[in-house]
Design a binder for this molecule. Structure first.
Ligand code: T4K
Length: 425
């Protein structure tokens, strides 16, 4: 009896692969078969964008000449002013990094007990709560936006709930209107982790002015960076004043401490990098958009693989190129990651395996996955591909050629990977 031609996909279903492609292993130009890797050097997700080097160095010299290095110097003040304007918020408080920004805001808002967050986010969102002995309660996400599903949030509310942290994942705004009315009805504080969403909008309004406050990350890998850094933006002047004191040990003047505070200040050198990067933000977004379009073109009509869509009603920074490798794809996401890494394309599985499967949350909530079916699904599918100013259109074409070759020759590729042993990631 003739055997069916194909490979088993992620859910064990047989997916057809054309005969011509199944028998082509000898001519396959993939590094897993011994060919030269597609890239001589590793191509990373999150390679920092560097703005005008000359302007940064001039600012650096000025800082050294003036010997004012930190404690809200003129570059920090100037960057705060520009970010507040860009984000459409009255106040901006620059901080050491996004995680400290989240921690400060959580404390300044007086959150305690339980706070609802997605499990599909970077671990800092939950750690910022747990670090302060507040329990993060995981709600499921929407399959289309990868952000909190308001129905799942509502189902997670208990008498101990004091707040909700929405995350604008990949820079795509979460369900801001629904979450706002939910928070209003249940008298909960609503804040946003906007680490990915600098330069993005929700309808006609920039991300930065929603909820009680929003927090950006300016880590080196972000579209706009200050080496390490972050910002809290808010229209609430009292909250801003409190945050400013808390980030500087609680000092009000030289000798008077009025709050329990920490050191969450940004240095002048970081602010100088931020100002320099801000000047080229539009060019960086344009490059990201062009790369996104190139990926969309080159990956079109590939079985089981599609790009996470950005909603045209909102402005986006296109900082993440998110490919979704479905259960119907001839290769799994993890198999593709191994193929790409062998080609020196360091694709990432953000935010696998989901916070509910990481410590300490895995131990605290061993059954959480039962309540998070869409998080589980998306964690299996997401493949982040390199973009940014160090990635050219030719690079994108070559990365996509690797993916296409692997998918179209799934049978020999899988056989080879099985012989090779467990995947690298
Ligand atoms: N909330 C959300 C939703 C977040 O995504 C983040 C951070 C936060 C909160 C917290 O904000 P911060 O406290 O970090 O400001 C990276 C970043 O470290 C992290 O900031 C970011 N999210 C997350 C999505 O990505 P990793 O573990 O992937 O970083 P890493 O060091 O592996 O960098 C990625 C790649 O970038 C590397 O393989 C190489 C390349 N790279 C990296 C650095 C630092 C460079 O080429 N040059 C560099 O200087 O987490």
């Amino acid at each position: 009896m003739k055997r069916r031609a194909g490979v088993r996909n992620a859910v064990g279903k047989c997916v057809a692969v054309p005969r011509r492609k199944r028998d082509a292993r000898k001519s396959l130009a993939l590094a897993i078969f011994g060919a030269r890797p597609a890239f001589a050097e590793q191509l990373h997700v999150g390679r920092p964008n560097i703005g005008n080097r000359g302007r940064f160095l001039a600012r650096l010299n000025d800082i050294l000449d003036r010997r004012w290095l930190t404690n809200r110097g003129q570059y920090v003040i100037e960057l705060e002013r520009r970010i507040a304007r860009l984000a459409g918020a009255r106040n901006c408080i620059l901080v050491t990094n996004g995680t400290i920004g989240l921690e400060l805001l959580i404390r300044a808002l007086g959150l305690r007990g339980e706070v609802i967050v997605p499990a599909f986010t970077f671990v800092a969102t939950a750690h910022a709560l747990q670090w302060q002995e507040i329990t993060p309660v995981f709600a499921d996400i929407d399959r289309e936006t990868h952000c909190l599903d308001p129905r799942s949030v509502e189902a997670a509310i208990t008498p101990r709930t004091t707040g909700i942290i929405g995350v604008h994942l990949w820079g795509r705004p979460c369900a801001i209107d629904e979450l706002s009315s939910l928070a209003g009805r249940h008298k909960l504080k609503l804040m946003f982790d906007a680490a990915h969403a600098f330069g993005c909008s929700h309808g006609g309004r920039m991300i930065g002015s929603f909820g009680e406050a929003e927090v950006f990350s300016f880590h080196a890998t972000k579209i706009m960076h200050t080496f390490e850094g972050g910002a809290i933006v808010t229209n609430n002047d009292d909250l801003a004043e409190k945050l400013r004191l808390m980030q500087n040990f609680g000092f009000q003047g030289y000798d008077k401490v009025v709050y329990l505070g920490i050191n969450g200040k940004m240095s002048e050198v970081s602010a100088a990098m931020g100002l320099t990067n801000l000047e080229s933000l539009d060019e960086v977004i344009e490059r990201n958009r062009a790369n996104y379009r190139a990926y969309a073109k080159h990956l079109a009509e590939l079985p089981g693989v599609k790009l996470f869509p950005y909603d045209d009603r909102h402005r986006s920074n296109y900082q993440y190129v998110v490919a979704l490798v479905g259960d119907d794809a001839p290769l799994t996401r993890d198999e593709l990651v191994t193929v790409l890494h062998t080609e020196n394309v360091m694709a990432r599985r953000y935010f696998y395996p989901g916070l509910h499967r990481m410590e300490p949350y895995r131990t605290y909530f061993p059954d959480a996955h039962r309540l998070l079916p869409r998080t589980e699904q998306v964690c299996r599918e997401v493949l982040i591909l390199p973009t940014g100013t160090s990635v050219t259109g030719n690079n994108v074409a070559r990365i996509c050629a690797v993916i296409r070759t692997a998918i179209e020759h799934a049978v020999p590729v899988r056989e080879r990977l099985l012989r090779q042993g467990p995947p690298t990631p």
